[in-house]
Ligand binder design. Structure first.
Ligand SMILES: Nc1ncnc2c1ncn2[C@@H]1O[C@H](COP(=O)(O)OP(=O)(O)OP(=O)(O)O)[C@@H](O)[C@H]1O
Length: 315
């Protein structure tokens, strides 16, 4: 369990973390989401005692982590996978960590097997691919068999097989009753991995809920309609209180919100508008996240006009 109360970190004029209060519970994967610069890494560093808060507090299993007697047995963290001594083999890197943390040497072999690095245990980590480095970082996090695990952007730069592996590992660790806290700016990834979400923007907490609640609260249900009579249907839907957007590249397809799918079908039937498709669209976590954090993004890129989504026809 991780508990933050009024956690605040200021760097000069910059309020990187702004009065964050949250609880990360065991037995589930908690995704820590936010756009670039939102304060995720700073929060993780504060949890681990690598930085001191300007105000507020954070505890791991009821105590500040800096006070832990056996840190690696309490928390396993993957913050920067590249922060390893490249000249050492995977085996020696982990052995060194085990010895300095009073952990049995047999754990080294166990975690190497768990992360699938048994074949390269004697190889210098300098020659490791990004994915192998990530696995080695995770092996180090698991060395002390901790109840709390923290991963900062663990899938960055990984191939689909590596992403799937990390996803399944995190779920398995949570199913064992551990606390799993994972940061990402990849919404699509969290959608498949996290049970619970904490979303921050500009250092502030903007959502603390399940994935399903997050999508429901932050996005509109839409309906995709394909019809050879799109102009007529758009008029009917708009007159009935619906909101229509069209795709500049495909004049026969409409996206409709604010009207139930059944009502759209009835309107088409009553007015002899032929439909070729009528599909409900569940907004993805990515879309819900963009909607929620659009005010909290630090740096906006200009979008060329041709790439902007459709034009809106308001009711
Ligand atoms: N040591 C530091 N000195 C000054 N400013 C800092 C420092 N560390 C972080 N910041 C600033 O604090 C803010 C939060 O940064 P942080 O790295 O925690 O965000 P993040 O959510 O992890 O971002 P990203 O997804 O890009 O990694 C940023 O504006 C960053 O520039």
């Amino acid at each position: 369990m991780i508990e933050a109360r009024g956690l605040t970190k200021r760097y000069g004029d910059k309020l990187a973390v702004d009065h964050l209060s949250f609880t990360v519970k065991p037995g589930q994967v908690t995704g820590f989401l936010g756009p670039n610069g939102a304060g995720k890494s700073t929060t993780m560093r504060l949890i681990l005692g690598l930085d001191a808060p300007t105000d507020g507090s954070v505890t791991v299993n009821g105590r500040p982590f800096a006070a832990a007697d056996h840190p690696m047995r309490e928390v396993g963290a993957l913050l920067d996978a590249k922060a390893i001594h490249g000249g050492r083999s995977a085996y020696h890197h982990l052995l060194c960590l085990a010895q300095t943390n009073d952990l049995p040497a047999r754990r080294v072999g166990e975690v190497l097997e768990l992360v699938g690095l048994t074949e390269v245990t004697r190889k210098r980590s300098k020659g490791f691919s990004l994915g192998m480095g990530q696995r080695l970082g995770i092996a180090a996090a698991l060395l002390g068999d901790p109840r709390v695990l923290m991963f900062d952007e663990p899938v960055n730069g990984l191939d689909p097989e590596g992403i799937l592996w990390i996803r399944n590992l995190m779920k398995a660790l949570a199913a064992e009753g551990r606390t799993v806290f994972v940061s990402s700016h990849l919404m699509s990834e969290m959608e498949h991995t996290a049970d619970h979400l904490l979303v921050i923007g500009r250092g502030r907490l903007i959502a603390d809920c399940t994935v399903a609640e997050f999508i429901e609260q932050n996005s509109e249900q839409q309906v995709k309609v394909r019809t050879p009579d799109a102009g007529r249907l758009a008029e009917l839907v708009t007159a009935d209180g619906g909101r229509v957007s069209t795709d500049a590249a495909d004049a026969t397809t409409l996206r409709i919100s604010r009207l139930p799918l059944e009502r759209i079908g009835d309107l088409a039937f009553e007015n002899r508008v032929r439909l070729h498709e009528l599909t409900p669209i569940q907004a993805s976590l990515e879309e819900a996240f963009m909607e929620l954090t659009k005010e909290a993004v630090e740096y906006h890129a200009a979008v060329p006009a041709a790439q902007r989504p459709s034009e809106q026809v308001e009711a």
